[in-house]
Design a protein. Structure first.
Length: 245
């Protein structure tokens, strides 16, 4: 069943209004008609089921038949602090991180970041990244649209993590797998978790030390060296498996 997001302000009693680019998608791509069933989320954890009442040029009206709290979200809000990678790797990372349950993706500029962030093109880049997050949220049946932020410094990322109940940073020199398993198990019951992933080349030693000093747990992801676009998704997969109810 097609799934869309709309702002909570567009939900009024027994009626939902969909506007913007989704109107064209419903009308001209999916070629839906009045009377067809549709699923809508308010992007804040509430899901709706209904039937299309009418489709105009700028608006789709839906009659609500049922609603419920979204059951697909993880019990913890996970933020991926991703070291800014080269080329288009960030797009893949955003897409898969959303599928795996991340609630926010924060690009991080570290000592070993190769990419030069162009602030003049920031708005366009962020709009594209947010669009990828929204598409992935629709495809995977998420109850929210995860937020992709503008890049921040590593110190700023650590400052954000201090407000979370737990945070982890994969590090090749961390203790062995059993210690990693114990640390991951300790995440059960936490409501907010940060995951730090370095760019190509990983984190600088000083950054690892600063993270640990700030209370971030270092863990190993195994004996193999993972690419930046693989490491974060591996960590998120492990947390999803451990935390999902």
């Amino acid at each position: 069943m097609p799934r869309f997001f709309t702002d909570p302000s567009n939900i009024d009693g027994s009626e939902i209004k969909i506007t913007g680019s989704d109107v064209n998608h419903i009308k001209n791509v999916l070629r839906m008609r009045a009377g067809e069933e549709i699923s809508v989320s308010d992007g804040a954890g509430k899901d709706y089921f209904g039937k299309i009442r009418s489709i105009d040029r700028d608006c789709v009206l839906i009659d609500i038949e049922n609603s419920w709290d979204s059951y697909v979200e993880l019990p913890a809000e996970i933020t991926l602090f991703q070291g800014l990678p080269k080329a288009d790797k960030m797009e893949l990372i955003i897409q898969k991180a959303v599928e795996l349950g991340a609630c926010a993706i924060v690009p991080v500029i570290t000592k070993r970041t190769i990419v030069r962030w162009d602030e003049k093109k920031q708005d366009k880049k962020l709009a594209r990244w947010q669009g990828i997050a929204e598409s992935a949220a629709k495809q995977s049946g998420r109850g929210i649209i995860p937020k992709v932020t503008a890049p921040v410094s590593f110190s700023a990322a650590l400052a954000q993590a201090r407000f979370m109940e737990a945070a982890v940073i994969p590090y090749e020199k961390a203790e062995g797998m059993e210690a990693a398993r114990e640390k991951v198990r300790s995440m059960r019951g936490k409501k907010s978790i940060g995951v730090f992933i370095g760019p190509e080349g990983g984190f600088d030693t000083d950054e690892i030390e600063a993270a640990i000093k700030a209370g971030v747990c270092s863990i190993t992801l195994g004996r193999r060296i993972l690419r930046t676009e693989t490491a974060g998704l591996t960590a998120l997969s492990i947390l999803m498996f451990e935390l999902d109810e």
